[in-house]
Design a binder for this molecule. Structure first.
Ligand code: PLP
Length: 359
């Protein structure tokens, strides 16, 4: 009997988990996953395909991704002497960091609510996750609570999403610095939304050996490539690199990312448009009765409505997919997260909200 053996051989933490669910989005306006809504422009597709044609798929990829790394050092403005590790998305790098420090009774700490993967990956690896509640009104860092929790739990790693997902805000820089100073182990600043916030801890790497900065190409427009970057001291990255599988970044992604970053201005222009649309959407949503919307330094907006589950379903019935956060954390009751789309998609969202809320 499979059930019997599963009970015997699979530990309780795994059995009690629910797999991360990605909803079907066929035919829907997809405003649920912080993707850039703009595809790679048509005139650039042919030269990109030319680059891909030269890839030998019979060969393993370069395990050190040297060409792409050289490009990224410049793109990320990595400080002199800083180390760089690449992952199959930053999700994989989060997993690698955790696997590297894992052990009995080891803990991972982060402000909560935050990126779901911090908790999920911790549990799959046998680390104890600990979320310290944010301030209820503006989702700012509760510094006293953070410092007390760090003192009590002695976490091996602290994750700070900066700006935070799903709340969209940047924490006060001096609070983050205090957390860094107080932490007994590693601190990872997850800057997945750097392109939208333009605020970074990258320059701090030179002054703090126990700090790592995590970035991704996903939110700027290359989610399908799965390329994440981890910057920090060579000493820590050397350890984490031992846990990485040698060919984690495939040939096609390495070549595509290198090609696209050689034309980074295309992505920057798209990001610029998304930011302008975010600000317009924010204002329009603010004007709607029955919706509270928080300011955002990202490419999504967090809303509180009267009945999030009902509105989520009603939007879906209108072919619009957003993220329902109700029930995911006490501070997110009746909250929805909407990714900024094209002007047309955002207008469809606004029109649907007008119809649905005024009833
Ligand atoms: C989206 C997101 C990631 C994951 O990005 P990938 O590189 O696509 O795996 C990591 N951290 C935060 C905070 C995110 O919102």
């Amino acid at each position: 009997m499979a059930q019997e053996k599963i009970g015997r051989w699979i530990r309780q933490e795994i059995r009690s988990l629910a797999a991360y669910r990605v909803p079907e989005a066929d035919g829907l306006v997809k405003l649920d996953a912080m993707e850039n809504p703009y595809p790679w422009p048509e005139p650039m597709r042919e030269p990109w395909l030319q680059a891909l044609r030269r890839v030998d798929l019979n060969r393993y990829p370069d395990p050190e991704a040297r060409v792409l790394k050289a490009r990224l050092r410049e793109y990320l403005q990595l400080p002199q002497g800083g180390g760089l590790l690449l992952g199959n998305g930053s999700d994989e790098l989060i997993q690698l960091i955790m696997m590297t420090v894992a052990g009995p009774h080891k803990k991972v700490l982060y402000p909560a609510p935050s990126f779901a993967m911090y908790g999920l990956i911790s549990r799959t690896i046998g680390l104890e996750p600990f979320g310290v509640p944010l301030q209820a009104d503006d989702f700012g860092l509760d510094l006293d609570a953070m410092l007390a929790a760090i003192e009590e739990h002695q976490p091996a790693v602290v994750f700070i999403a900066y700006p935070n997902n799903p709340t969209g805000n940047l924490y006060a820089r001096r609070d983050v610095k205090q957390v860094i100073r107080a932490s007994p182990g590693l601190v990872v600043i997850d800057e997945a939304y750097f392109a939208f916030s333009q605020d970074t801890f990258m320059q701090e790497l030179g002054h703090n050996e126990d700090l790592l900065v995590l970035r991704t190409l996903s939110k700027v427009g290359l989610a399908g490539l799965r390329v994440g970057m981890l910057a920090g001291s060579v000493s820590w990255l050397e350890q984490i690199n031992k846990v990485r599988l040698p060919y984690n970044l495939n040939n096609l992604s390495q070549v595509s990312a290198d090609f696209m970053l050689a034309h980074a201005e295309v992505l920057e222009e798209q990001v610029h448009q998304i930011r302008a649309e975010r600000d317009r959407l924010y204002k329009e949503l603010q004007a709607l009765d029955g919706i509270k919307v928080w300011p955002s330094e990202t490419n999504f907006l967090l809303l509180r409505v009267t009945d999030a589950d009902r509105l989520f379903s009603a939007l879906k019935a209108n072919n619009i997919l957003v993220k329902d956060l109700n029930g995911s954390h006490p501070l997110l009751s009746d909250c929805l997260r909407v990714t900024v789309g094209t002007p047309n998609e955002n207008q469809m969202l606004l029109d649907a909200l007008h119809r649905l809320i005024s009833r």
